[in-house]
Write a protein that binds this ligand. Structure first.
Ligand code: PMP
Ligand code: GLN
Length: 387
C-alpha cells in the first residue's frame, strides 16, 4: 500500500498523508500506534446491531442525497435538545461522508475561487487541502502553547476584503482546546462586523472533559451565518462508518448540498439508520465513553510527564500534546520517524498541522483513545528513551 502520495494541480503542496504513513509504520514495525486518532474498541453494541438490522431489512441502495429522513430528523432533534438550535430537518440538515466531506463541500459550496478563508493554526490537516481544492487562500491565526490562546488582533489582521468565512474547530484537533465563550464571541464579532460566514467543525462536541462546548451558532447573530459540522465517528467510536453532517440556514446548506452532490452524491445507507438510533439515545451511550476517555487522558498525560516530557493536558478530544524539547529533541518529525525503531511507539509530529511550525517544531501529538493496557504498554516502551 502506498504510504505517500502526490497530487497535482491545486492540491499538490497540501497532499500530506501523515495518518496513513504513521499507521503503516506502526503496522510494519509492530509498534503501539498512538498516531492516527481511532479507538481500538468498538462503539455501543446496540448501534452496531441497528446497522446490521438495517442491512438485513434491505436498506442497501442509494439513500436520498441529503440523507435519510430519520437521520435528518435525529440531527435536527439533537441540535434543538442539546443547544436550543432550530434547524429544518429537510432544508437545514445535510448528511455527509464524514465531517471531512462536509468541510470540503462547505468550502467548495460557500466560496468563490480567489476568496480567502481564515482558520486557526495548528489546523486539522484536511482544512488547508480542502481550501486548496476549493481554490481559496487560507489565512492563519496562531494558537499559542501552553494554553492555546490567540490574539484577537491576529484575527483582525487575517481578515481582508476577500475573506469569505472563518473556519472554527472546537473542541480542537490537535491541541484539545475548547474555545471559551469569550473567544467565540470575538470570532462572532469579527464575522458580523465584516459580514463573514462561519463554518464550525465540532466533531469532538461530546468528548469534553474540562469546560463546556458552546456551538458558535448559538451566539447572537451567528445562527444565520453559520454552517455547523459534526460526525458520528468520534461520538460513538465508529470512525470507519464515515457518517457526518452539516446543519444551518437553508440557503447555506443548499450550497453545501450542491457541492456534496458531485463529491459523493449520497452516504452509506445502513449506517445512517444506525446513527439515527444512536443520536436518539441522547447522552446515555456517549457518557461512559467520555468518562473512560478522561481517565485514559490522565493515564497517558501523567505517564508522559513522568518520562520528562512537557505535557499540555487537553480539555477535550482524543489527543494530548507534548513538547519533546524537554528531553533534548530538536525536531518532532525526525523524533516521530525514529520512535518506532527506538522503542516501538508511533506518534504524530504536530508540525504537520502547521504551514510554518516555527517554535511548534518540537511538539508531538499522542492519541489516548486506546485501551488502558495499550497506553501502559506504550509508556513502558517509552521508558527506554530515558534508559
Ligand atoms: N475534523 C476534525 C477536527 C477531526 O479530528 C477529524 C478526524 N476525525 C475530522 C474532522 C474528520 O471526521 P470524519 O472521520 O467524520 O470525516
Ligand atoms: N482525525 C484523525 C486524526 O486526527 C485521523 C483521520 C484521518 O486519518 N484522516 O488522527
Amino acid at each position: 500500500m502506498p504510504t505517500t502520495s502526490k497530487a497535482g494541480g491545486r492540491l499538490g503542496p497540501f497532499a500530506t498523508t501523515i495518518f496513513a504513513e504513521m499507521t503503516a509504520l506502526a503496522v510494519a514495525t509492530g509498534s503501539v500506534n498512538l498516531g492516527q486518532g481511532f479507538p481500538d474498541t468498538d462503539g455501543p453494541q446496540e448501534i452496531a446491531d441497528a446497522a446490521v438490522a438495517a442491512i438485513r431489512a434491505g436498506a442497501n441502495q442509494y439513500p436520498p442525497g441529503p440523507g435519510i429522513p430519520a437521520l435528518r430528523q435525529a440531527i435536527a432533534d439533537h441540535q434543538r435538545d442539546r443547544y436550543g438550535l432550530v434547524v429544518d430537518p429537510d432544508d437545514g440538515v445535510l448528511v455527509t461522508t464524514g465531517a471531512t466531506e462536509a468541510i470540503a463541500a462547505s468550502l467548495i459550496g460557500l466560496c468563490e475561487p480567489g476568496d480567502e478563508v481564515v482558520m486557526f493554526e495548528p489546523f486539522y490537516d484536511s482544512y488547508a487541502a480542502s481550501a486548496a481544492m476549493a481554490g481559496v487562500t487560507a489565512r492563519m491565526v496562531r494558537l499559542h502553547a501552553p494554553d492555546w490562546h490567540w490574539d484577537p488582533a491576529d484575527l483582525e489582521a487575517a481578515i481582508s476584503a476577500r475573506t469569505r468565512l472563518v473556519l472554527v474547530n472546537t473542541p480542537h484537533n490537535p491541541t484539545g482546546k475548547v474555545f471559551s465563550t469569550g473567544e467565540l464571541a470575538a470570532v462572532a464579532r469579527a464575522c458580523v462586523e465584516h459580514d463573514l460566514l462561519c463554518v464550525t467543525d465540532e466533531v469532538y462536541e461530546h468528548l469534553v472533559f474540562d469546560g463546556v462546548h458552546v456551538p458558535i451558532a448559538t451566539l447572537e447573530d451567528m445562527g444565520e451565518r453559520t454552517v455547523s459540522i459534526s460526525s458520528a465517528g468520534k461520538t460513538f467510536s465508529f470512525t470507519g462508518w464515515k457518517i457526518g453532517w452539516a446543519t444551518g440556514p437553508a440557503e447555506l446548506v443548499a450550497r453545501v448540498r450542491a457541492a456534496k452532490q458531485f463529491l459523493t452524491f449520497a452516504t452509506g445507507t445502513p449506517f445512517q439508520h444506525a446513527v439515527a438510533a444512536g443520536l436518539a439515545a441522547g447522552d446515555r451511550l456517549v457518557a461512559p465513553l467520555r468518562e473512560s476517555l478522561r481517565d485514559r487522558r490522565d493515564l497517558l498525560c501523567d505517564g508522559l510527564g513522568a518520562l520528562g516530557l512537557t505535557v499540555f493536558r487537553p480539555a477535550a478530544t482524543y489527543f494530548a500534546t507534548t513538547d519533546v524539547a524537554s528531553i533534548g529533541e530538536e525536531d518532532a518529525y525526525a523524533f516521530c520517524r525514529q520512535l518506532p525503531g527506538r522503542c516501538g511507539v508511533v506518534a504524530v509530529p504536530s508540525s504537520v498541522f502547521y504551514r510554518d511550525p516555527g517554535p511548534a517544531r518540537t511538539l508531538v501529538r499522542w492519541a489516548f483513545c486506546k485501551q488502558p493496557a495499550v497506553l501502559r504498554e506504550a509508556l513502558d516502551r517509552l521508558g527506554k528513551l530515558a534508559a
